[in-house]
Ligand binder design. Structure first.
Ligand code: PLP
Ligand code: COI
Length: 341
């Protein structure tokens, strides 16, 4: 089946693969890892995941390198973050070793779906955890399922590395000020659908959310963090209501390695008038350059890329990140797990 895949034309969608791996939490402990070739799950109709949103997930990628080796990017950070998300929703945290074992296993089992180096595509890894116990009272479940599926993917934004326009719409919030934004909770994405679809209908690739308390500072950009280059510095929002992006964290380190100062702080929307480059960043988005930010409430347009091309710093950061992920340069920070396949 994989021979029929047109790797270079893959979009960011679901393509079936051979296996997924699963583990159940029952009687206060995690069980054995199960390998499944079914892409459905059997769930009680009163499960907490279905009624009260006990669902968390992760997103990470495996890359086929120039040297033919397979690398998984920063899996320990995703393991840490899903355990944080679990604590946030009173779910059973998946131990880091179990997360690691299951992610490596599912990638190896689906090796034939890892896109070739030349395609620029990757294998997206989607771990998820759901509350399984039947419960009608609003209480945390006692039983959980942790599952890891994979699917080969291309770019998240169809424009790839070409700059796109994004918009600010104050009538929508994705999360509450001290709510679940810092965790990777399915409900946050449900809450973003109306705004996201509205923005797409108007021709924007994503919504740039403002902080939900004051609507003054930049928060994040749909399913990605946001950063900008201002007078040679990398600036990115500090906020309690955004997901701590592993890509953003990595790009900040790469920037420092290149001698670029990094500021993680509140960024008022109006400061966009003074930035020279900007991008949305995330596992799916990688670093997607931003051309213009349109404030749909005031009508103001922040023109970031005057010629519609990606700027030099965003391009250099993007190239360096991809080079590490595809094993083209030395992984000096030890971010990759290199598989023995
Ligand atoms: N913010 C949100 C809301 C996201 O869904 C994602 C995607 O995972 C990110 C940021 C980027 O995080 P990461 O770089 O860890 O993928
Ligand atoms: C990711 O970048 O991994 C995401 O989870 C973003 C989105 C597809 C939900």
């Amino acid at each position: 089946m994989s021979q029929e895949l047109d790797w270079a034309s893959l979009s960011f969608g679901y393509h079936p693969t051979d296996y997924n791996v699963r583990c159940h939490y029952r009687d206060g402990k995690w069980g054995e890892i199960e390998v499944s070739s079914s892409d459905t799950i059997n769930i009680h109709m009163a499960a907490t995941a279905l009624h009260y949103g006990q669902e968390i997930f992760e997103g990470l990628k495996a890359f086929r390198g120039k040297d033919g080796k397979v690398r998984i990017f920063r899996l320990e950070e995703n393991a840490r973050r899903i355990a944080d998300s679990a604590r946030g929703l009173m779910m059973a945290p998946v131990p880091e070793d179990l997360f690691r074992e299951m992610v490596i296993k599912v990638v190896k089992l689906n090796e034939r779906f890892i896109p070739p180096y030349e395609s620029g595509a990757s294998l997206y890894i989607r771990p998820l955890e759901i509350g399984m116990s039947a419960q009608v009272g609003v209480k945390p479940a006692r039983e959980y399922l942790f599952l890891v599926l994979v699917t080969p993917v291309g770019p998240y934004f169809k424009e790839g590395f070409r700059p796109t326009n994004i918009c600010v719409m104050r009538q929508y919030d994705r999360v509450a000020p001290k709510g679940t934004g810092r965790w990777k909770v399915g409900g946050n994405y449900a809450a973003s659908l109306t705004a996201g679809e509205h923005a797409h209908e108007l021709g924007y690739s994503a919504v740039l959310y403002l902080d939900p308390k004051e609507k003054k500072y930049l928060d994040e950009c749909g399913p990605a963090n946001f950063f900008a280059i201002k007078d040679g510095k990398y600036i990115t929002p500090e906020s309690e209501s955004i997901l701590p992006s592993i890509t953003n964290m990595s790009l900040q380190q790469i920037a420092r390695d290149m001698g670029i100062d990094v500021e993680c702080r509140h960024i008022p929307l109006e400061e966009l008038a003074d930035v020279q480059e900007a991008a949305a960043c995330g596992t799916a988005a990688v670093a997607s350059p931003v051309a213009q930010v349109h404030d749909l409430d005031t009508g103001h347009k922040y023109i970031i890329s005057k010629d519609g091309q990606p700027g030099p710093v965003v391009t250099a950061l993007y190239n360096r990140l991809r080079a590490i992920q595809y094993g083209e340069v030395e992984d000096t920070h030890g971010w990759n797990t290199v598989l023995d396949i």
